[in-house]
Write a protein that binds this ligand. Structure first.
Ligand SMILES: Cc1cc2nc3c(=O)[nH]c(=O)nc-3n(C[C@H](O)[C@H](O)[C@H](O)COP(=O)(O)OP(=O)(O)OC[C@H]3O[C@@H](n4cnc5c(N)ncnc54)[C@H](O)[C@@H]3O)c2cc1C
Length: 380
């Protein structure tokens, strides 16, 4: 079994296959140090925590993560808070930086003797329509190589080799560009709010999310085409304080990324012996923080299906894998799009332009809407 990519999807899959006794190798393009320090997601859904606990992989997040259940909306009409932990199903997020989770999964995998090759870039998946697929690679020394197995799991993100290797017409691609971009920032500064902050402002959206006691993630809507270093630190903090409508605890900006809000979902998530999971299967905008959570859920489903097939000759799970994942992906995608409409002033000529204010007002006043929001917001 060959797993491409050592993100949350690939490493959870590797751990579960290893625990079940399935021989596998993980091929990862980056160096180990880069994999362990790549900061991205931070909000783990309750279901994600349950999955990790079920397999004995939740110690780190229980030790260092913090539960979280409060969000605050700030608009020209005022502010309101939702304690979503007391709404809907009463579930909470666990705030645990993605690089910590990836580090835990990696330590566990290698500690149990799992095979992983860092600095090994998958170039192409070959013969996926047969029963002996292979992966051509460029190794750390630049030398070409080839790995062969019964199945290949493409957990190598949206721009990885798995997607690239799909023959034309093998899958349908559902792509939507929302035309909105965010400057994603990590600040070496304590959180300024005890809540996730969503600010809607004529100058654009701004978001505030705690990561640790000393690190805060911020988002700033920016014009499409903005480069990460276009705005000075002073301008960024001034824009954040303007849009958040209040002073913030400032600090050095230690990471800047521009994210175009898009969704890009493939269907089905399988081509013969090649299966896709995580961002390789479905890239969603970070507006509802679903990507890492879907990656974990899909990895568990795929691990179980592969184990049933490889160890017990039962292929029902593999046959159903794509449909099971897509049902969850579509719900997450729908909610992510709802969040985009809620948080941005869409152009005046857009049919959605007038929807935002009534949507926020309903969320502020309707208990039924708040219960629905809470369920969608924490769930996958
Ligand atoms: C700024 C930002 C904030 C986010 N916030 C959240 C959040 O709060 N909550 C949430 O749930 N999600 C969030 N996400 C999304 C989340 O980070 C991703 O959905 C998640 O990382 C997907 O995991 P993955 O394992 O599928 O892919 P990745 O984490 O991208 O891992 C893929 C791995 O494959 C490797 N790789 C790529 N190409 C190759 C190749 N050719 N050969 C070998 N290896 C390869 C890469 O180096 C990488 O290690 C955020 C994303 C961004 C960008």
């Amino acid at each position: 079994m060959i797993v491409l990519g050592a993100g949350p999807a690939g490493l959870l899959l590797g751990n579960l296959l290893l625990a079940a006794g399935v021989d596998c190798v993980v091929l990862e393009r980056s160096a180990e140090a880069d994999v362990r320090t790549r900061a991205r997601a931070g909000f783990l859904a309750a279901n994600t925590v349950r999955i990790l606990d079920r397999h004995g992989l939740g110690d780190g997040l229980h030790r260092s993560g913090r539960t979280h259940s409060l969000c605050e909306f700030r608009t020209g009409d005022g502010r309101f808070r939702l304690d979503y932990g007391s709404l809907g199903r009463g579930e909470r997020h666990t705030v645990y930086p993605q690089q910590e989770l990836v580090g835990d999964l990696l330590t566990e995998y290698t500690g149990r003797g799992g095979r992983i090759r860092f600095g090994t870039e998958a170039l192409a998946v070959r013969d996926a329509d047969g029963v002996r697929p292979s992966v051509t690679v460029r190794g750390p020394d630049g030398r070409p190589g080839r790995w062969q197995g019964r199945y290949v799991a493409g957990c190598d993100g949206r721009h990885g080799a798995a997607r690239r290797s799909l023959p034309p017409g093998a899958v349908r691609r559902h792509h939507r560009d929302h035309g909105i971009s965010w400057l994603g920032l990590l600040a070496e500064a304590p959180p300024s709010l005890d809540a996730v902050g969503y600010a809607v402002h004529p100058a654009g959206f701004a978001g505030h999310m705690a990561r640790t006691a000393d690190i805060t993630r911020y988002y700033l809507q920016c014009p499409r085409g903005t480069a990460p270093d276009d705005w000075s630190e002073d301008r960024i903090w001034a824009e954040l304080e303007l849009r958040m409508r209040g002073p913030l605890r400032r600090g050095a900006l230690i990471q800047r990324t521009v994210v175009d809000l898009e969704s890009d979902v493939l269907e089905p998530l399988r081509h013969g012996s090649l299966f896709l999971a995580g961002d390789a299967a479905s890239l969603l905008s970070p507006s509802a923080a679903k990507g890492a959570n879907l990656a974990v859920l899909e990895a568990e489903l795929l691990a179980r299906a592969l184990t049933d097939d490889l160890l017990h000759g039962d292929s029902e799970g593999l046959d159903a894998y794509s449909a099971r994942c897509l049902a969850r992906i579509r719900r997450a995608q729908d909610f992510s799009q709802w969040m985009i409409r809620l948080l941005h002033d869409l152009p005046e000529n857009s049919s959605q332009h007038h929807i935002r204010r009534p949507c926020l007002e309903t969320l502020r006043t309707s208990r039924a809407e708040q219960d629905w929001f809470a369920e969608q917001y924490v769930g996958v």
